[in-house]
Design a protein around this ligand. Structure first.
Ligand code: GLU
Length: 366
């Protein structure tokens, strides 16, 4: 993967790899992927898996007609999700954790922060988060719909710097390679525009939801957020040997800016400020020079009404705005814990969702 330096990656594995026959889980293609995940973790890198396959894995266990109705598919997802998780866990000697989300969960500021905190804590504990759409509860309007786009959103929530989509095709081609023998693989895409979308046909795989189009959509979302995106062939075990050797493989969609810059832009320009937090000189210095998180002990005053997940300004004692960030607490909780040490939060509020008031990843110094 020449030139792609990364620390935290989302690896998306599609149904075509998890359940190649469309009716049950199989380990056939997962071993090389699992070995790659192991090697990356041993190098100190962090991985989050987005795995499809629950519906396909449960298909053989729920009676259905030629075309299953929604309730049958949701039942397949419920029973298949367990199979899919077990299928992954047997490849690892560290624990895997299941996170099921819907589009609404990711669109809701509070739940977004909860998902982010959960992923952070799992990674800090050496656990492999495995994310899928909560297909058993989500109806069409609540769904992201396909796991390619879901993986791009998860990459953003988890502040990843790489999104790797493992599919059953080598990457993006100049023409559909299944019907055009002269089609050539495009190794690098620097700009995603209509001409790139024009290269995507529909999906030809009966069990997969996404085709090349949803992969390009995912790449567009991720690269805008500073996340390099790759499409690789997960059926080809050599791909993972090449990846370990840091060789170029598949198609790489290059990010539009560094992740820090993209995140800073997003924090600074896309989020509406709902209030402000005034901090003392010590906190002000720590934020400015040490890249620290904002802790309750440094807070002297709160202004405005905001909820967990809202953006707030951080001001110094003179009222100058020194930073902007996403608060883990609402204004009334902050009024109770301001000036206190983090370890006092639990006894004061009766709960402690986070030791940081604003995590350094959610903070931009102005
Ligand atoms: N969430 C679906 C499943 O696990 C798959 C969606 C997709 O593959 O894009 O069966």
């Amino acid at each position: 993967m020449s030139g792609l330096d990364w620390h935290r990656a989302v690896i998306k594995v599609g149904s075509a790899l998890i359940a190649p026959d469309g009716a049950q889980c199989s380990g056939q293609y997962l071993l090389p992927i699992a070995r790659y995940i192991n090697e990356c973790r041993q190098k100190g890198k962090e991985i989050i898996l987005v795995s499809s396959g629950s519906v396909a894995a449960g298909r053989g266990l729920v009676a259905h007609g030629e075309l299953p109705i929604i309730a049958e598919k949701q039942a397949m997802a419920a029973v298949g999700q367990m199979k899919m998780m077990q299928n992954w866990q047997r490849f690892f000697d560290f624990p895997c954790a299941q996170i099921l989300v819907t589009h609404d969960d990711l669109a809701d500021r509070k739940r977004y922060i909860n998902i982010q905190n959960t992923i952070r804590t799992l990674l800090d504990n050496g656990i492999l988060p495995i994310v899928n759409e909560n297909d058993s509860v989500a109806t069409k309007e609540l769904k992201v719909g396909d796991n390619d786009n879901l993986a791009a959103l998860v990459a953003q929530v988890s502040s990843s710097d790489l999104l790797m989509i493992c599919s059953d095709i080598d990457g993006l081609f100049t023409k559909d390679p299944r019907s055009n023998p002269d089609a050539e693989l495009i190794p690098v895409v620097d700009k995603i525009d209509e001409s790139i979308y024009a290269l995507a046909g529909g999906t030809s795989n009966k069990i997969a939801t996404g085709g090349m189009r949803t992969k390009i959509e995912a790449a567009e979302k991720a690269t805008e957020q500073g996340i390099n995106t790759m499409i690789v062939n997960g059926r080809d075990s050599q791909v993972f040997d090449l990846l370990v050797a840091e060789k170029a493989v598949g198609t790489v969609f290059t990010r539009q800016a560094s992740p820090q810059k993209a995140r800073k832009n997003w924090l600074q320009h896309s989020l509406k400020v709902k209030g402000s937090i005034t901090v003392d000189a010590g906190a002000s210095k720590a934020l400015n020079s040490a890249g620290a998180s904002l802790l309750s002990i440094g807070i002297t005053a709160i202004d405005g009404r905001f909820i967990k997940g809202d953006a707030v300004n951080v001001c110094d004692a003179k009222g100058n705005i020194i930073a902007k960030g996403i608060s883990q607490y609402n204004n009334s909780e902050l009024s109770q814990i301001k000036g206190l040490q983090s370890k006092k939060i639990l006894e004061t509020l009766g709960y402690c969702p986070s030791e940081e008031v604003i995590h350094r990843d959610d903070l931009v110094v102005i």
